[in-house]
Design a protein around this ligand. Structure first.
Ligand code: AMP
Length: 182
């Protein structure tokens, strides 16, 4: 019997960033999620890397679940035609709903919002609230400074070395797919 389809929560930039190499990675992630028959759970916007992931997933026939707070519907150009769209009152509800409807979290390059989302699910895991895998997709080494910061925090005694095991950097999409479905 084949395993049930996974729901993959993708946190990523609402901008494309300066390095154009992240865009095809975002598109490829969306296409691979669709090709596997998995569901994309994301922030429902049509801008930046988040728009790229969603358009690619939908273009490949994938199921997409978007969650957006009312006050960002215009700024993030909500994609109304996703498989399921939930509009929340707050950012906290958005984050919680995305997370509770997912089996795993993938973090693509992004800015402060993406960092907030990463640290939220990481710290939830640190205090034992869940055990869902969290993958940092290290596209073009984008997350190396973040990984170095985590090492610094551990070296300085502000986190247990066990923090390292609570998220997994993956170098590329092949490594991510293998980790998600060995
Ligand atoms: P950024 O990485 O700053 O481009 O933001 C990526 C996404 O994170 C955007 O859709 C933001 O709206 C979202 N975001 C920013 N802060 C939060 C938050 N506190 N909770 C949930 N989503 C957020």
């Amino acid at each position: 019997m084949s395993p049930p389809p996974l729901s993959i929560c993708v946190f990523c930039g609402a901008r494309p960033g300066h390095d154009a190499r992240h865009v095809p990675v975002a598109r490829d992630l969306g296409a691979r999620i669709a090709a596997r028959g998995w569901r994309l759970v994301y922030g429902a916007g049509d801008i930046g890397l988040m728009g790229e992931v969603a358009r690619a997933a939908q273009g490949a026939g994938g199921d997409v679940f978007g969650v957006i707070p009312t006050h960002l519907m215009q700024a993030e150009q909500v994609r109304e035609d996703v498989g399921r769209l939930v509009v929340t009152d707050t950012m906290h509800e958005r984050k919680m709903l995305m997370f509770t409807n997912s089996d795993a979290v993938v973090v693509l390059p992004g800015g402060a919002g993406t960092l907030d989302e990463f640290f939220e699910v990481l710290t939830w895991r640190q205090i034992g609230l869940h055990d869902k895998p969290i993958y940092l997709l290290d596209s073009e080494g984008y997350w190396q400074p973040l990984i170095a910061l985590v090492e610094h925090v551990i070296a300085q005694g502000f986190a247990s070395p066990s923090l390292r095991a609570l998220f997994q950097p993956v170098a590329d999409l092949d490594a991510l797919e293998t980790a998600l479905a060995p």
